[in-house]
Write a protein of this length. Structure first.
Length: 284
C-alpha cells in the first residue's frame, strides 16, 4: 500500500486511463503500459517499468472522456466530449479511424472483447462497443490487421423528457457480459430504474433487473456471475445474476462513480469523491 510510480502532466486533467491488456514478454522482461486521456484532447502512453512517457498523440480536439485498449493491445480506442471516437496506434501514434456516429454527445464507455469470425456473420477478430451520454450504444466488429471496422448493432434507449429532481442525468453505461457471450448489460437514465440485458443474437432485451436508483457506475465480474452497481445515494449493490441474491453496502461519502472488478473476480475497487474502497468477495 505505497506509491510506486507517479506521472505528472502540468496544467492538464487526466480524464480516463487504461492498462495494456496483455503484457508482451520480450527478453525476459514484461512490458507494462498505461494509456491516459487528457482534457486538451491528447493521449499519452506511459511505460511503468521504465518510468517514462513513450508517446504523445492528439486525435481529439476536445477533452477525452473514455479510453480503452484493443484486446491484443495493438490499438487504442478513445472517445471525446464531442462524441467522436478515434482508433490510434500506441506504437506509431497514427490515427487510423475517426468515427462520428455518436457525434454531439460525450462518450461514456469504450470496451473491447474477443470474438470468433463466425459469431455474428461478419468478419472480425474483436467486438467493441461505444456508449454515449444520450443513451445510444454502438457495437462494432473489427479486424485491426485488415484495417476493418464494421457496425454490427445500434441501440437507442428511450427516456422521459424533463426529469425533475436530478441536477444532472445519470451516465449511460454498457458492458459485455462475461458469462453470457453475445450479451451486453446497459444501465442509464430511462423509463425505469433497471439494468437491461440485451442479446446481440436475438436483437432484443432478454432480461431486466430492477434497481433502487439510477446507476452511476457498473462493473461485471470476469470470473463469476456477479454485477456491481454504484448509485448517487452513496450505495453499492452487489448482485448475483440471475438476480437471486442482492446485497447492499454503505460506506462511501458521495456518489459511487467507479466500480471495477479485478481480473480474478475476487476483489472489487470502488470510488467516490474522496474515498477509494477495496472489497474482497468471500465465498462463491
Amino acid at each position: 500500500m505505497e506509491l510506486v510510480v507517479q506521472f505528472q502532466v502540468l496544467n492538464q486533467s487526466c480524464q480516463c486511463l487504461a492498462w495494456e491488456p496483455h503484457p508482451i514478454v520480450a527478453c525476459g522482461a514484461e512490458s507494462q503500459h498505461v494509456v491516459a486521456g487528457y482534457s486538451d484532447g491528447t493521449i499519452r502512453v506511459f511505460n511503468i517499468s521504465r518510468t517514462e512517457m513513450e508517446l504523445k498523440m492528439q486525435p481529439h480536439a476536445t477533452a477525452l472522456t473514455a479510453i480503452a485498449y484493443s484486446m491484443d493491445g495493438e490499438m487504442v480506442l478513445s472517445g471525446g466530449k464531442d462524441g467522436l471516437v478515434a482508433v490510434s496506434s500506441p506504437h506509431t501514434g497514427m490515427t487510423l479511424h475517426v468515427l462520428a456516429d455518436h457525434k454531439g454527445s460525450p462518450i461514456t464507455v469504450l470496451q473491447c472483447t474477443g470474438k470468433q469470425y463466425h459469431d455474428f456473420g461478419v468478419e472480425g477478430s474483436e467486438l467493441w462497443l461505444a456508449t454515449s451520454l444520450d443513451r445510444r450504444v454502438s457495437i462494432w466488429a473489427s479486424d485491426w490487421l485488415k484495417n476493418k471496422c464494421e457496425l454490427l448493432d445500434w441501440l437507442s434507449f428511450p427516456a422521459p423528457a424533463g426529469p425533475e429532481g436530478l441536477s444532472s442525468l445519470p451516465p449511460s453505461l454498457a458492458a459485455f457480459c462475461p458469462w453470457e457471450p453475445g450479451t451486453l448489460v446497459y444501465v442509464g437514465f430511462g423509463m425505469q430504474k433497471e439494468a437491461l440485458f440485451y442479446s446481440l443474437r436475438k436483437k432484443q432485451v432478454v432480461e431486466k433487473i430492477s434497481l433502487p436508483y439510477f446507476a452511476t457506475s457498473l462493473s461485471l465480474s470476469p470470473a463469476a456471475c456477479f454485477m456491481a452497481v454504484g448509485f448517487g445515494e452513496r450505495l453499492l449493490r452487489l448482485l448475483r445474476c440471475p438476480a437471486s441474491d442482492v446485497q447492499d453496502y454503505a460506506g462511501h461519502d458521495d456518489t459511487v462513480h467507479l466500480c471495477c472488478f479485478a481480473s480474478s473476480g475476487r476483489r472489487l475497487l470502488t470510488a467516490s469523491h474522496s474515498a477509494v474502497l477495496l472489497w474482497e468477495l468471500t465465498g462463491s
